[in-house]
Structures are given as structure tokens and as C-alpha cells.
Write a protein that binds this ligand. Structure first.
Ligand code: SF4
Length: 330
């Protein structure tokens, strides 16, 4: 790890002013950034510590919206009684992420900014060819071991998976990322994350110096009846082989689907909303055969790189099982 300047920020304005300077990163829980600095993947000259800024760790649940401050800890949000009641999928996706120690350290804003676990990306000593770390150098994963890589949203330049869980649930329910820089703005989370295309080193919509200050999730009936199903190689402290964040709202007859939300994790280069499957199910009767048939289309457009072909078979099963659970027919 090379040396860097450490700058404790007293308020958001001073943090934003400092972050506008070159080679600067924000530091909150540090669970991703410090790891990557030790690996020589991230090499900032300056770190602006946000943890002294007051008022950014609040959690508010009103009748219309859930607001979570960027510095709220993952564990605190996961265990919040109003969130567990109004939005089980948010709590479940956080509980199933990382380890207890990491959840106690990591902030919600930092969670949104976590970077891929591609082993080639994280090992610059052994692999120089990584377009995300070193634009134009190639992609070691394409001809390498790619069992944990993406099958959706990939490009010839990068097949790295989006590794998180929480953002998958946010994408399913149209959350907005609240940002401050020169001005304040709100970015729909589905637009916050970018596809790799030819520029996989550009991962999100934030401009230099912009800081995430919070997240807003609009409340709805499907959010209250929601679930996060994560399938992985072991029961804890493991990334998803495939996951689904889902929610459902039924008509008064208890059988017809009025609203449904579906997003996939563990299979794509960004949290992956499957609106085509949602549209196919709205207004239809809830039954297992229909859910399984519709879920098959959730991997439409997928592309295997070899070892990861199993994800194309697994993901629709995860979607169907999650929908059957929230529909009460599992
Ligand atoms: Fe780098 Fe992306 Fe290829 Fe991994 S998949 S080696 S992050 S370019």
C-alpha cells in the first residue's frame, strides 16, 4: 500500500470540496476501499473520512417513503423494525450479505459503491490484462476461470459481475440515490449503475466530487410483501451464484397479480431488473406453472463464457422460487 493523505471532514460541504481534488476517495466503513488499496488496485493519494459528519446515518420510514442516510450501517438498517415490516426484501438482502463484522462496519453508501470480486481485477501483480483496472489491456477472465462471472449485460471488454445484494432489492423497487456535489440531485438506481460496454472502468453515474448522501425507496404494497432469495456455494459469507429480489401485490380475489417486481443478482454486470417478466405476469392468475414459465424469460439475452453457463439454468429457478414464496404457494 502506498502512502496517502488522510483528511477528516467535519461536514458535507468540506468533504465535497476536498473530494473535487484529483486522486481523492471518500472513506466511510472502508471495507471495500482499504482492501483494494492493500491489493494495489485502488491507489488514491487522498482519503476524505466521512465518519465524523453528523446527520447522515438516519433511517426514516414514513407512510410514503423509506429514507436511509448514506452513513447508516448495514446491520442497523437490516435490523430496523419498521424496515423489516414495510420492506422485508431490504432487510433480508442486507442480512444475507458479507459477514456480521463487515455489516457492522460497512455503510449503506459504501455498499452501493462496492466493486467487483473478479479475481483478475483484484490481482494486478499476476494479471496486467484487465480493462476495468487498466483500460485497453484486455480481459483475463474471458479465457480464464469465469464460473463467477456475469451472463447478462456483458461486453467483449468485461464480464465482471456486480457483487452486491442490497442494490438488487433497490433496483426492484425503483429506489433513488440522493447525491450532493455542486448541486443536489436524485438518480434512479437503475440508471446509477452502468453497463460495461467498451468502458468497464466507468461503473456509475457519479461525477468526481459527488457524494452519496442517502437513498429513498417509495413504499408500495409489493414492497411490503417482498423477499430476497440468495443461492450460493455456502450458507454465509459468500457471494450469490444467483439471487432474486421480488415483491408481489394481489387483487382482492387473492389470486390475480396486480403488481410484481423482480430483479436479479449474481448473474449480471449490474443489478438486473426483469420488467418483461413483470409485464408478462401482471393481471394473470398466480400459479406455479405460470410463474415457472414466465421466469424462464428472466435470462433472455444471456451469454455464457464457459464455466458460468450453469447460471443461465439456475437464475429462472431462483426467480420462480422467490415468487412462489411471496405468493404463498411455495
Ligand atoms: Fe477485468 Fe472485467 Fe475482465 Fe474481470 S471481467 S478481468 S474486471 S475486464
Amino acid at each position: 500500500m502506498r502512502s496517502f493523505d488522510y483528511i477528516p471532514a467535519e461536514n458535507a460541504d468540506s468533504a465535497i470540496a476536498e473530494a473535487a481534488k484529483p486522486e481523492t476517495r471518500f472513506l466511510a466503513g472502508g471495507t471495500t476501499l482499504v482492501d483494494l488499496m492493500k491489493l494495489n488496485v485502488e491507489r488514491p493519494s487522498r482519503l476524505v473520512d466521512l465518519t465524523r459528519i453528523s446527520g447522515l446515518d438516519t433511517i426514516e420510514v414514513t407512510k410514503d417513503v423509506i429514507r436511509i442516510g448514506a452513513l447508516a450501517k448495514m446491520s442497523k438498517v437490516a435490523d430496523h423494525s419498521d424496515i423489516k415490516d414495510a420492506a422485508p426484501v431490504l432487510s433480508e438482502s442486507l442480512w444475507r450479505a458479507a459477514s456480521a463484522q463487515l455489516r457492522n462496519m460497512a455503510s449503506i453508501g459504501g455498499n452501493l459503491m462496492q466493486r467487483t470480486r473478479c479475481t483478475y481485477f483484484r490481482d494486478p501483480g499476476a494479471y496486467s490484462n484487465c480493462n476495468k483496472r487498466n483500460p485497453g489491456s484486455g480481459c483475463a477472465a474471458l479465457e480464464g476461470v469465469n464460473r463467477n462471472h456475469a451472463v447478462l449485460g456483458t461486453s467483449d471488454a468485461c464480464i465482471a459481475i456486480y457483487p452486491g445484494d442490497f442494490a438488487v432489492s433497490l433496483v426492484a423497487f425503483d429506489a433513488n440515490v440522493l447525491v450532493r456535489g455542486g448541486t443536489e440531485r436524485s438518480i434512479p438506481i437503475d440508471e446509477f449503475y452502468l453497463l460495461p460496454g467498451l468502458t468497464p472502468h466507468i461503473e456509475h453515474e457519479l461525477s468526481p466530487g459527488e457524494m452519496i448522501v442517502g437513498i429513498e425507496i417509495p413504499r408500495c404494497a409489493a414492497l411490503k410483501r417482498s423477499h430476497y432469495l440468495k443461492v450460493r456455494d455456502r450458507a454465509s459469507y459468500e457471494f450469490a451464484a444467483a439471487s432474486a429480489a421480488v415483491g408481489i401485490e394481489l387483487e382482492d380475489d387473492g389470486k390475480t397479480i396486480r403488481d410484481v417486481r423482480i430483479a436479479l443478482g449474481g448473474v449480471a454486470t449490474k443489478p438486473w431488473r426483469v420488467r418483461s417478466v413483470e409485464d408478462a405476469l401482471k393481471g394473470k392468475q398466480l400459479d406455479e406453472a405460470r410463474l415457472r414459465s414466465a421466469a424462464a424469460a428472466s435470462v433472455q439475452g444471456s451469454r455464457s463464457s464457459g464455466h458460468n453457463a450453469f447460471k443461465i439454468d439456475l437464475a429462472p429457478k431462483v426467480v420462480a422460487r422467490a415468487l412462489m414464496t411471496v405468493g404463498g404457494i411455495a
